[in-house]
Ligand binder design. Structure first.
Ligand SMILES: [Zn+2]
Length: 825
C-alpha cells in the first residue's frame, strides 16, 4: 500500500548526542567536507546555538559511517590502502623527501634533496590518506610508521612554529625560488603556505583518526605563527598557490578557533586585483566570473571559498562561485569531467578551447573539481553539482591511477598516438599523494543529510546508519552501478518515523549529459525513471534534481528504481572546434574511449563511427577487473598512394570501446574519446607526416635543408651517402632548426637522427621548443633529450598545442652539427 505523504517537518536538534570525553565537552558533528566525523571542541555554552544552526545545514554522512561493499569502489579503496599508500611512502623515502625533515630537525646530516620547494606536501598528503585509511581500517604497523614520520616533522619545526624544510635546510638548489628570507617569494614560487595548508589537512585527519595530538599540535603551533605574521595591517601578501585556506578551515573545525577561519578568509580576500590570471590574483575573488589560470590553484580556491561561504554566509562569495561554476560547466569542462586545456599553465584555456590530445586534465585538478562540487552541493542542495562530481569521479579522476594502484597519470589526455603512459612517480609528485587521500575518503561522497532529509547522491552498494525523524535509521543500498542502473534502497528505522528520502536522478538519465549546453545527447531516451516503494509506484516531487519521497517509513521499506542505461552518443557544443564532426560514447555515468588493443590493427584515429552504426553493451567480467564494453563496427580510412594517384580506402572494422578510466593498461597505443562521425574529422592512415608537410627553416642556411623531412634514414650516423643537413660553416655556436606546420597540431613525439663525421658531431646539448604566441618555450620531456648515435632518438614530451617546433642546439667547440632526419608526431 502506498503510504500517505506527510509534510516534512523542520528538524529539531537533538541534544542527546552531547557527551563528555576526557573532561572536554565534545559534540560529534560532521562538518568536514571530506565527510569526516569532526570533533568540535567547545569553549562554553555560547557555542551551542551556532552548532544547532549548523545541524540544519547540509552535511555529508561521514565516510567513517558509510560502509561500501561493492565490486567497483571497494577494490579501489583496498588497493589504495594496500598498494598506493605504502608505495607512495616508499617513494618519499627514496627521493629524500622524508630525510629532508630529519635533516631540518638535526637528526641527520646531509644536503636537502629535491628540486621543488613543496616536496614536504607529498608526505603530508600521504599521511592524510593513511589517516583516513586508519580511521576505517586499524593497522598498528601503519599507525607506528606515521607516528615515526610525525616525530621527524615535529623535529623539523623551528622554535617559533615555522615549518618548511627547504628553507630550514638552506637548499642551495632552491634558494632562488625561496627568496632570501621567509615569505619573500610567497606570491611567486616558494609555496611556503601551500606546504603549511597540507600540513593542517594531514594533522586534522590524523587527529580524528587516532585521537592523537602529535601532528595537530605541530599544525597549531604553525598556525599561531601565521596568525601573528599575516592579517590586515600585517603581512598582506596573497600566497601564489592556494591551499592554506582549506587547511585553516579544517583547523578551525577541529579546534573551534575562529581566528583560523578569519585568516582563511583573509587569505582569500587579499587576492587581487592587479595580479596574474595564472594564480587567480588578477581580480578580487568576489569579482571573478571566469575560470582562468592554473586549474589546481583555482579548484582549491573555489573549494575554500565555498567552505568560507558556508561558515560565514558570505553572499558575495556565493555569487562569485555561482558565476565561476556556470563558466566552467558551460564552457571549460571536458566530457570526462577533467579541467585544464593549456599545458603551458597547467590550467584553463579560453572558453570552448578543449583540445583532446594535449588536454591537461591534471589528476589533482579532477580531485579539486570533486572537492568544489561537493561543497557547492552542500551550499545549494542541488543535484546538478553531484552530476558534475559524478562525471569527474568515474572518468577523469580514476583514470589518474592504474587499477593495481601503482601507476599514475599527471595529465589525463583524451586522445593519444601512444605517447601517453602512467608513471610510478613524478619529480613533481602532487598527483599520487592526492590520489591516496582522495580514494580513502570516497565513501563520504555517497550520502548527505540535512535535518530530516536524507540524500542519496551516489549509487554504490553500501550501508550507513543515521538519525532521521528522531529515530536511528539504517539505510542499505544495493546496486551493480555503474554497469547497471537498478538500485534498491532498504530503509530500516528502529521504529516508524517520518522523514524525506531524496534520491538524485542523474541529469544523464534525464537526457542531459551535464547541467549546461556544453554537451548534448544525439538522441533523447524516452524511458522514464520510475520509483517504487515496496513494489508500488510512488508519487514524488522533483526538486533540484532530487526525487523527494516524504513518508512515514517503517522497518523493511524498500525503494526501488532503475536508471535506464542505453548506449548514448554525445555531441559537443559546436563552439568546441576540436570536437567538430566527432561523437563520444557514454553509458550510465561512464564515458568511453576506443583503444588500440580493441581494434584489429591497433589504429583508432583513422576510424569513423557512423551515426547509424549499431552499438551494443556487453559486460566482460574477465577484462580489466570486469567492465561493460560497447561493441560496434566502424569504418577505417586509409590513404593509398600510387605514383600518380592517391585514393582513400575504407574498410569495416569491429571494435569494442572501453571505459575511459580503464585505458592505458595494455601497453602504449592509439586512443580516442571523440571519434570521427564526419569524414572531415577522420585522419586516414598513411597521410603525409607533420614533418613532410612542414616548412623547414634554420638559423644558418647550411647545406641540404630539404633532407631533414625526406623520410630517409641512413644506416649509421657517419653514412653521408644519405641526404643530410648540416649547419656548416658555423662551428661551436648555438643554432636552431624549425618546422612551421601551417596549422595547429598537438605533437608530443619527435625522432631525430644525428650526423657524426669529421666536421660534424652530435651537439653538446639541445632542446625541443614550441611556439606559443611570439615566444619559444621548451617542452617538458621527462626522459630528457637523447643524443645517441646510429639511431633515431625518440624524445617524448608533454603534448603541446602549437603551429611550430624548433630544435635549439649548442654545437661542440670546434665542430658543426647536422641532422639526417627529424620526424614529428
Ligand atoms: Zn597533480
Amino acid at each position: 500500500m502506498i503510504k500517505k505523504q506527510v509534510r516534512n517537518k523542520a528538524a529539531k536538534t537533538d541534544k542527546k548526542d552531547w557527551n563528555m570525553k576526557e573532561g572536554i565537552l565534545f559534540k560529534v558533528l560532521s562538518v568536514g567536507i571530506f565527510a569526516f566525523t569532526s570533533v568540535v571542541i567547545l569553549n562554553g555554552c555560547g557555542k551551542k546555538k551556532a552548532i544547532s544552526e549548523a545541524d540544519e545545514k547540509m552535511k555529508p554522512v561521514p565516510f567513517t559511517d558509510v560502509k561500501i561493499s561493492d565490486d567497483f569502489w571497494s577494490r579501489r579503496i583496498e588497493t589504495n590502502r594496500k598498494v598506493t599508500i605504502p608505495a607512495a611512502f616508499k617513494k618519499c623515502q627514496e627521493t629524500g623527501r622524508i630525510d629532508n625533515f630529519a635533516i631540518a630537525g638535526g637528526l641527520k646530516e646531509g644536503e636537502h634533496k629535491g628540486v621543488y620547494p613543496f616536496d614536504d606536501t607529498d608526505v603530508y598528503k600521504i599521511i592524510e590518506g593513511a589517516s583516513y585509511s586508519l580511521s576505517v581500517h586499524p593497522d598498528p604497523a601503519l599507525d607506528n610508521y606515521v607516528d615515526a614520520l610525525i616525530k621527524l616533522i615535529a623535529a623539523a619545526q623551528e622554535n617559533d612554529g615555522y615549518l618548511y624544510t627547504a628553507r630550514t635546510n638552506k637548499s642551495r638548489t632552491l634558494m632562488r625560488r625561496l627568496g632570501d628570507e621567509r615569505w619573500a617569494n610567497l606570491s611567486g614560487h616558494s609555496h611556503e603556505l601551500y606546504n603549511m595548508g597540507h600540513l593542517y589537512e594531514a594533522a586534522t585527519a590524523h587527529f580524528y583518526a587516532t585521537g592523537k595530538r602529535n601532528l595537530l599540535d605541530v599544525a597549531i603551533k604553525n598556525a599561531e605563527l601565521l596568525c601573528e605574521v599575516f592579517g590586515p595591517g600585517k603581512n598582506e601578501t596573497a600566497p601564489g598557490h592556494q591551499e592554506i585556506e582549506l587547511g585553516l578551515v579544517k583547523l578551525y573545525e577541529a579546534t573551534g578557533q575562529e581566528k583560523y577561519l578569519n585568516l582563511a578568509k583573509f587569505f582569500l580576500d587579499t587576492r587581487g586585483p592587479g595580479g596574474e590570471e595564472y594564480s587567480q590574483t588578477h581580480k578580487r575573488v568576489v569579482d571573478q566570473n571566469e575560470a582562468v589560470g592554473h586549474a589546481v590553484r583555482a579548484g582549491y580556491m573555489y573549494s575554500a571559498m565555498a567552505d568560507v561561504a558556508a561558515l560565514t554566509s558570505d553572499r558575495n562569495y556565493v555569487r562569485a562561485l555561482d558565476e565561476l561554476w556556470d563558466n566552467v560547466v558551460g564552457k571549460k569542462l571536458y566530457v570526462t569531467g577533467g579541467l585544464g586545456s593549456d599545458p603551458s599553465i597547467e590550467g584553463f584555456g579560453p572558453n570552448y578551447d578543449l583540445p583532446n590530445m594535449s588536454a591537461y586534465c591534471e589528476t589533482c585538478a579532477s580531485i579539486a573539481n570533486v572537492f568544489w562540487n561537493q561543497r557547492m552541493f552542500l551550499l545549494h542542495a542541488d543535484a546538478k553539482y553531484i552530476d558534475v562530481l559524478e562525471r569527474t569521479l568515474y572518468n577523469a579522476l580514476i583514470s589518474g591511477v592504474s587499477m593495481d594502484g601503482s601507476l599514475f597519470f599527471y595529465p589525463n589526455a583524451l586522445a593519444s598516438r601512444g605517447q601517453h603512459a602512467r608513471s610510478e612517480w613524478f619529480v613533481c609528485a602532487c598527483c599520487p599523494g592526492n590520489i591516496t587521500r582522495f580514494m580513502a575518503s570516497l565513501p563520504g561522497y555517497v550520502y548527505a543529510k540535512r535535518g530530516d532529509e536524507f540524500y542519496v547522491n551516489l549509487f554504490v552498494t553500501s550501508q550507513t546508519t543515521v538519525e532521521l525523524g528522531g529515530r536511528k535509521v539504517q539505510i542499505k543500498q544495493l546496486t551493480n552501478y555503474p554497469w547497471d542502473g537498478a538500485v534498491r534502497i532498504m530503509v530500516e528505522p528502529e521504529r516508524s518515523a517520518t522523514f524525506t528520502m531524496c534520491i538524485r536522478i542523474p541529469c544523464w538519465s534525464r537526457n542531459k549529459p551535464l547541467p549546461s549546453d556544453l554537451y548534448s545527447f544525439m538522441q533523447d531516451n524516452d524511458e522514464q525513471v520510475n520509483l517504487k516503494v515496496n513494489g508500488v509506484p510512488v508519487a514524488f516531487d522533483m526538486d533540484k534534481g532530487f526525487a523527494r519521497i516524504n513518508l512515514r517509513w517503517e522497518k523493511g521499506d524498500v525503494i526501488e528504481f532503475n536508471l535506464p542505461m542505453p548506449v548514448r552518443r554525445l555531441l559537443a557544443n559546436e563552439k568546441v572546434a576540436e570536437d567538430k564532426g566527432r561523437v563520444a560514447l557514454q553509458r550510465g555515468p561512464i564515458v568511453y574511449c576506443m583503444e588500440a588493443p580493441d581494434v584489429e590493427d591497433g589504429r583508432v584515429l583513422n576510424l569513423l563511427l557512423e551515426d547509424t552504426a549499431n552499438l551494443e553493451a556487453q559486460f566482460r567480467p574477465a577484462l580489466l577487473n570486469g567492465l561493460t564494453v560497447i561493441k560496434g563496427i566502424a569504418q577505417a580510412y586509409r590513404l593509398e598512394k600510387t605514383d600518380d594517384e592517391q585514393t582513400i580506402v575504407k574498410e569495416r572494422k569491429n571494435f569494442q570501446a572501453i571505459p575511459y578510466y580503464a585505458w592505458s593498461h595494455r601497453g602504449r597505443g592509439e586512443m580516442a574519446v571523440w571519434l570521427a562521425r564526419d569524414e572531415n574529422a577522420v585522419e586516414p592512415a598513411g597521410l603525409p607526416s607533420i614533418a613532410e608537410t612542414s616548412m623547414v627553416s634554420a638559423s644558418e642556411k647550411g647545406i641540404g635543408i630539404e633532407a631533414v623531412n625526406d623520410g630517409l634514414v641512413p644506416t649509421s650516423s657517419s653514412d653521408t651517402s644519405f641526404p643530410v643537413f648540416t649547419f656548416l660553416p658555423k662551428k661551436g655556436t648555438t643554432e636552431w632548426l624549425q618546422y612551421d606546420f601551417g596549422k595547429v597540431y598537438e605533437p608530443s613525439i619527435v625522432d631525430i637522427y644525428w650526423l657524426g663525421d669529421e666536421e660534424n658531431r652530435r651537439p653538446e646539448s639541445f632542446k625541443i621548443q614550441y611556439r606559443k604566441g611570439s615566444e619559444w618555450r621548451t617542452v617538458w620531456a621527462p626522459d630528457g633529450f637523447r643524443l645517441e648515435k646510429d639511431k633515431l632518438n625518440r624524445i617524448i614530451f608533454e603534448t603541446v598545442k602549437t603551429d611550430a617546433l624548433r630544435i635549439e642546439l649548442q654545437m661542440q667547440q670546434g665542430f658543426s652539427a647536422g641532422i639526417f632526419e627529424w620526424r614529428v608526431k
